[in-house]
Design a protein around this ligand. Sequence first.
Ligand code: G3H
Ligand code: 13P
Ligand code: ZN
Length: 283
Amino acid sequence: MLVTGKEIMDKAHKGGYAVGAFNVNNMEIVQAIIAAAEEEKAPVILQTSEGAIKYAGMDYLHALVKLAADKASVPVALHLDHGTTYSTIISCIANGWTSVMIDGSRFPLDENIAATNEIIKIAHACGVSVEAEIGQLGGIEDNISVDERDARLTSPSEAKKFVDETGVDYLAIAIGTAHGKYKGEPKLDFERLDEIKKLLNIPLVLHGASGVGEDSIKKAVSLGINKINIDTDIRIAFTEGVRSVIEGKPEEFDPRKLCTPAKENMKQVVKTKIQLFGSAGKA
Ligand code: G3H
Ligand code: 13P
Ligand code: ZN
């Protein structure tokens, strides 16, 4: 069933676990994630970036996820990931998304608060949940000093001001992760996370979680992360599946033969993440 992001996130916050938020771009990815969530009896968030919408079309992505959610026995939310333009965010609210992210993290705090409030007013009137972000995620290639890193990570006092002045449903914070494929293991600032969770007492979101070690993920969940965004690990699982067929049988040209192992790989990755995040059995 299709539900709001807030319904899923409030339960995770109260229950002390995290829900996987997996990026979707096509039918195979949607089917693999839903199959994994069903097998694990887990609530799940399917999210579309602006790039995914450009690639597949808003109507196609909505139709795919709506059908999958209606058929599923687990709660499913459809979320806009990193919404940066007013028109995309409002179109998602108008076209059946049950959660949107307004990513104003590149703005100064007051501008981010103002932009978030503008979206919250409309989204909440339509029954759609809202995620916002403060702090800057690192770039994978970054080679920065400790002071520079600290300046980018989410300030607990700014996070408190942000939540007090917006009433956002869940907040993405920067504690040392980056989007994409890591070269080494990222070091997360758990003290900062602990302080922010105690101050805010709302559901928190971790972006850039592909490639983060199991122990770090478990600790982040134990300290109050409730939504964990995974894209890169699914891309790798898909591509490895396709590559294995092409390498084994270069003359293969049936897309279904290429995509079947890809789907199975993605399903296994998503099942493992769901177990790690603690949302298995929580549907
Ligand atoms: O956070 C970014 C997500 O991985 C989406 O990436 O914009 O290439 O779809 P994308
Ligand atoms: P990864 O691609 O690093 O998993 O990040 C996903 C993400 O944060 C989507 O918003
Ligand atoms: Zn992200």
